[in-house]
Write a protein that binds this ligand. Structure first.
Ligand SMILES: *[C@@H]1O[C@H](CO)[C@@H](O)[C@H](O)[C@H]1NC(C)=O
Ligand SMILES: *[C@@H]1O[C@H](CO)[C@@H](O)[C@H](O)[C@H]1NC(C)=O
Length: 154
């Protein structure tokens, strides 16, 4: 009885220690197939309504010339050190994006997707290794991607 109680206290203590929140942001550690590393992207057109910022994250692209009409794939893998309790991604792209987590569709948005979108991805987030795959297509002007995933776990 006492043993069980001690075990219970120990376990709740342990789960308390392990609980936390982590973020995964767009930066130069995001992988692209083409050249294996991204760079920080700029939008010289500087539309006042476009390319919103996300605290801690940066607009990225795979090449310094981000004016080509093309698609690019961005990959970011990360490890969640506990059972996910909430998982969201805040994402914007120029011009459109399709995002997968662990091979499962999280969401997509067509033109003017640089207006940030928050998407729930808890049902696709797992304890341990996770990989985001984001396809961005540029159809006019400047190309870029920004995101921040926030994951809580216990
Ligand atoms: C671009 O936008 C920023 C922020 O609003 C502003 O400070 C800057 O002067 C603008 N640059 C140009 C070239 O319009
Ligand atoms: C993105 O743009 C391309 C080219 O116009 C189009 O084929 C694709 O369906 C678009 N994707 C989304 C998610 O809107």
């Amino acid at each position: 009885m006492l043993d069980n109680l001690i075990l219970l206290i120990f376990c709740s203590f342990l789960s308390h220690i392990m609980a936390g929140t982590m973020t995964v942001i767009s930066d130069t550690s995001v992988y692209t197939i083409i050249n294996s590393q991204t760079i920080y992207a700029t939008n010289p057109a500087n539309y006042s309504y476009a390319w919103k910022s996300i605290d801690g994250a940066s607009w990225i692209w795979y090449a310094s010339d981000n004016t080509k009409i093309e698609a690019a794939l961005f990959i970011k893998c990360f490890s969640v050190p506990g059972t996910p309790t909430s998982s969201n991604i805040n994402i914007g792209a120029d011009d459109n994006f399709t995002v997968f987590l662990n091979g499962r569709l999280v969401g997509m948005k067509s033109l003017t997707s640089f207006f940030l979108t928050e998407i729930d991805m808890l049902s696709k987030t797992v304890y341990g290794q996770n990989c985001l795959h984001i396809i961005v297509e540029n159809t006019v002007d400047y190309a870029g991607l920004i995101f921040k995933a926030t994951i809580s776990y216990q």
